[in-house]
Design a protein around this ligand. Structure first.
Ligand code: UD1
Length: 428
């Protein structure tokens, strides 16, 4: 099993080029299923989840080439396999990554009969897809569950409602319905849609296909799809990864370092930057750069995770690692996922003092963390443990790092270039 071995105590200094956004690239790669035209995507991060998504669209009939380390070319290769008239998104592929359920929207846009494996829960929560399904239903799709699959039958003559109202602004459901609506030639409105920057990026891509979209980035999105798309090659540059950016901002804070982050979008992290500035971290921003310098001991901060533009759940664990060595008491409330505190016990094993009370973690800052053997439960928990290891006294061994490979491009190399002592080793 591969592990990270980190010798803590180095102050990180230098420049980091931020990679393309995983969560923006995934739905855009899936959106390429909507068109037969060649699609060229730039700023695609080379990550496990991206490779998984590529294998899914290749299974469904595309051929994907890496043109260079961050550019992919997608072309149509063949029609997807059908079984008794159904195009199938098999469990083997969906189970690897929950976001693959987004293929259901793209496939339903193209075909009348689709079977998509239900994704199931994961470490951070049950993660149902009821919002996606209810919206498909309102848009005229009949469905039932059979053997772990959601079986969808599109009734073209029957878009029941042209306004769908989400009970919660789910990111995935917004993307799934945007994909589906892209081929419905009438106006579809999503009310209480997610407003994340990744939604805006997907809308920008869909507009290049010829779809009319208004309101992406707000909580009401209007889409007028088209039966036939424009016939030219589509090129798109994926937005920078705001969660990777936030992780490196926190890395500068937790190691009392000084970093310049390049090729990023500071506005996508306004709320996080505001909180970290209140804590005492010096942060300056330019159009596509963020400069961070630790100048004094930080002050504790209370945060509540909420949908964009508020504090992202995907930075909660990393922020907790920072607060764990910040003198005073911070309260961290998680409202997006019900079980996203799996990093708490691992941070406590490194000497942190964190108590969980329902959906709130009460973090009493300790003077220092001590290196320990810890285990990663999910992607962002893994980032928190790496950050904790960088700040801790002594050696930390972090196992189950495959979770980190899903979402952080060249993590060890990037950290090493900033002065961190981190090695990837093979050990049972
Ligand atoms: C996306 C991100 C993930 C991020 C999350 C919230 C991708 C690939 N992943 O995940 O990194 O943490 O947004 O910002 O972009 N829910 C339901 N029913 C549904 C759909 C969602 O109850 O039909 C619940 C979920 O269980 C969760 C909450 O709503 O508790 C948020 O989920 P959602 O916004 O859909 O997140 P994802 O798209 O899965």
């Amino acid at each position: 099993m591969e592990k990270y071995v980190i010798e803590g105590g180095s102050q990180l200094k230098g420049e980091v080029i931020i990679s393309g956004s995983k969560n923006a690239a995934l739905p855009i790669i899936i959106a390429s299923l909507l068109t037969d035209n060649e699609v060229v995507l730039y700023n695609v991060p080379f990550l496990k989840d991206i490779q998984t998504t590529i294998s899914i669209i290749e299974y469904l009939g595309k051929k994907v080439y890496w043109v260079d380390h961050s550019c992919i070319k997608i072309i149509s290769n063949r029609e997807p396999y059908k079984e008794k008239g159904y195009v199938i998104a098999p469990y083997e592929l969906i189970k690897k990554m929950r976001a693959s359920f987004l293929v259901s929207g793209a496939l339903l846009a193209n075909y009348n009969k689709v079977k998509a494996a239900l994704p199931g829960g994961c470490a951070i929560g049950a993660r149902p897809v009821d919002i996606h399904i209810k919206a498909f239903e309102q848009l005229g799709v009949d469905h039932y569950v059979d053997g772990g699959y959601e079986v969808f039958i599109k009734n073209k003559a029957r878009v029941k409602k042209n306004v769908v109202r989400f009970r919660y602004p789910s990111v995935g459901a917004t993307e799934n319905i945007m994909l589906f609506a892209s081929k419905i030639p009438q106006e579809i409105t999503i009310v209480n849609s997610a407003t994340e920057p990744e939604i805006v990026d997907l809308a920008e891509f869909l507009k290049k296909l010829g779809v009319k979209i208004e309101g992406a980035g707000t909580n009401i999105i209007r889409i007028v799809g088209c039966k036939k798309f424009l016939s030219s090659k589509i090129e798109h540059k994926v937005i920078p990864d705001r969660i990777e950016t936030g992780t490196y901002i926190i890395a500068a804070g937790i190691t009392k370092g000084e970093l310049l982050l390049k090729q990023t979008v500071p506005q996508h992290l306004s709320y996080v930057i505001k909180k970290l500035r209140s804590s005492g971290l010096k942060i300056e921003t330019e159009e596509d750069k963020i400069y961070i310098r630790w100048v004094k001991m930080l002050k504790p901060q209370n945060i509540t995770t909420r949908p964009y533009p508020y504090f992202p759940t995907d930075l909660q664990a990393q922020f907790m690692a920072l607060m764990s060595i910040t003198k005073g008491v911070s309260k961290i409330k998680e409202t997006v996922f019900e079980n996203r505190f799996l990093h708490v016990s691992e941070l406590n094993r490194m000497g942190a003092n964190i108590v969980v009370d329902g959906n709130t973690a009460i973090v009493t800052g300790v003077e220092k963390l001590k290196g320990a053997e810890v285990m990663v439960s999910d992607l962002r928990a893994g980032a928190a443990l790496v950050l904790a290891g960088l700040a801790a006294e002594g050696i930390s061994k972090i196992s189950h790092i495959y979770h980190l490979d899903r979402g952080y491009e060249n993590l060890a190399d990037k950290l090493t270039s900033l002065g961190a002592k981190i090695k990837r080793i093979q050990e049972d």
